[in-house]
Design a protein around this ligand. Structure first.
Ligand SMILES: Cc1cc2nc3c(=O)[nH]c(=O)nc-3n(C[C@H](O)[C@H](O)[C@H](O)COP(=O)(O)O)c2cc1C
Length: 346
């Protein structure tokens, strides 16, 4: 199948998974190259959420797309994935207020709001409350959109096939969409049109930089994660209708398959529609195949089963048993629980 400029060998794509094993400066290293190379059999391999700017870093040892060293690291990943026939999309995760100054080089996190997110996050000194962010000034927003665009140009220079804008799970772009977080009184807050505006700006800037057919976007309507609350989900219809005019490569929705918003958004999205059935539902090959057969999605993304099964597509094709993911090694560490999940023998 194709999705914009992406040529996917199959409809089982790898979901973005933060693994916290990049170098401290965000540069993908040998271990990361090996991890992605092992998973090149996914239709499209969407990477871990990676910061497009230094202030956008939320967690320790996330990958970045910020400087020349990061770019060189991604080039090695892209070359390895291409050598094994895969397609690589880097997810841009600007964490916004889901961050801590200990984790991002001492910078004050920025957001749609000046209110801190409830809850704590992991730092080198253990769990700490999120740092209180600074609300971005209206005049600063074009500069933030330009950071996404610059990072996208960097990714493409590194040989990456596309980028995915992370507008889900409570990070910066979601902080603009969500009525329970965005308390702005400028043209970027209030009505659904206003709350969607920044995400559309970022998508436009990124598309202008690398071509719309290399840009995907992920949303998670109503997903109460990272202290996001949303009463008014009509923002997603407004957003998707506007994004539909940009000719992006794909829309990636994280939601339960039977959530009515899925069919509603699919109906207004003219291009490739990618579904991830979310944290609640155990992925199972037959169920995912049904979603595609029923026309609810053109492709599905799979997270934890891919994490634990580098050859997931082959296993599902052969009906072979799966390795179980080990949650203790999800975030951070070395090769254990990262590159040592076995492939099928023979
Ligand atoms: C370890 C881990 C890291 C994750 N990191 C990200 C991320 O960086 N970006 C993102 O959009 N979603 C992230 N997610 C969510 C997954 O992409 C996916 O939506 C979720 O795991 C549900 O799919 P699954 O049941 O196939 O695992 C993460 C999930 C897990 C388990």
């Amino acid at each position: 199948m194709t999705a914009g400029a992406l040529q996917a060998a199959n409809r089982i794509w790898m979901a973005p998974l933060t693994r916290n094993r990049a170098d401290a400066d965000g540069t993908p290293n040998d271990l990361n190259v090996e991890y992605y190379r092992q998973r090149a059999g996914s239709g499209v391999l969407i990477t871990e959420g990676s910061q497009p700017s230094a202030v956008g870093q939320g967690y320790i040892n996330t990958a970045g797309v910020v400087d020349d060293a990061n770019e060189a690291g991604w080039k090695r990943v892209a070359d390895a994935v291409h050598a094994d026939g895969g397609q690589l999309v880097v997810q841009f995760m600007h964490a916004g207020r889901i961050s801590h100054t200990d984790n991002n080089g001492g910078r004050r996190p920025v957001s749609s709001t000046g209110k801190a997110a409830a809850g704590e996050m992991f730092t080198a000194d253990g769990m700490k409350p999120h740092t209180t962010p600074r609300a971005l000034e209206t005049a600063e927003l074009p500069g933030v959109a330009a950071e996404f665009a610059d990072a996208a140009s960097r990714a493409v220079r590194a040989g990456v096939d596309g980028v995915e804008l992370h507008a889900a799970n409570g990070y910066l772009l979601h902080q603009f969409l969500a009525d329970g977080v965005n308390d702005r009184t400028d043209s970027y807050g209030g009505s659904p049109e206003n709350r969607a505006r920044f995400v559309v700006d970022v998508a436009k800037a990124t598309a202008e930089a690398i071509g719309a057919d290399r840009v995907g976007i992920r949303i998670s309507p109503g997903h109460p994660f990272n202290d996001v609350t949303e009463d008014d989900l009509s923002v997603y219809e407004t957003l998707v209708a506007q994004l539909a005019e940009l000719n992006l490569a794909y829309l990636h929705v994280l939601a339960e398959a039977d959530d009515p918003i899925v069919a509603k958004l699919k109906a207004i999205w003219p291009a490739t529609f990618v579904l991830n059935t979310g944290f609640g539902v155990e992925d199972d090959r037959d169920e995912l195949e049904r979603l595609i057969a029923d026309g609810l999605a053109d492709a599905v993304t799979v997270g934890r089963p891919f994490l634990a099964n580098p050859d997931l597509v082959e296993r599902w094709t052969r009906g072979a048993p799966l390795n179980e993911p080990n949650p203790d090694t999800f975030y951070g560490g070395g090769a254990e629980g990262y590159t040592d999940y076995p492939r099928l023998a023979g």
